[in-house]
Design a binder for this molecule. Sequence first.
Ligand SMILES: [Zn+2]
Length: 246
Amino acid sequence: MSTESSPEALDETAFDAVLCVVAHPDDIEYGMAAAVAKWTAAGKRVHYYLLTRGEAGIDTMEPVDAAPARADEERASAAVVGVERVEFGDHPDGTIEYGVVLRRDIAAAIRRNRPDLVVTLTHEETFVGGNLNQADHRAVGLATLDATADAGNRWVFPELVADGLEPWKVSGVAVASGSRATHYVDVTGHLEDAIASLEEHRQYNDALPEDFPKPPELLENILGGSARAVADPDVTHALLLEYFAR
Ligand SMILES: [Zn+2]
């Protein structure tokens, strides 16, 4: 495995339960949801854990109104791709702080949900392609990598054990949208699922600038563009991941 060569296919037989950990409603829907649709269709259990309700994401809507609206939109997006369990943390949208509080909340979510695989967004300064990443994504991405270790260690956050959350060891953690993809998930045939999932963010999408690409164009660019890094010509759409075994 090398970042110089093509990414290799992720061994999807190696996991049955997945937890997606991100900062905001819609973070999962910019590509990751295509893989989620594939996995739930195959009988895998996928849960979402979001650190915020995205209350600072709509300029024309007060946070007190945006929080429940966007949480509802995320639940609808999740349902479209077969996900029934969506949990929200109580961190503030826009000002999530990296630190032990964040790591503990994510470790607790991992212990509650007991996934084999955790998937998150990149903590790098830029996304693949060069657009600047966002502060909450950087904090949550890095804390999620750390929390996959914290979740398995009885002596880190012992108060979680006191609350009945026994240690849980994940088998791996994967990072989407970063510049160092090692693996891919073939999501050919799941583009429409991904589009339908993103389209559930109706109030959020409606508030985007007129010239912002619509979900079909956006996801074709992301998933179709990612497939060009894959050596297999039968793969027309792909989710690229940097994968770490735990
Ligand atoms: Zn976000």
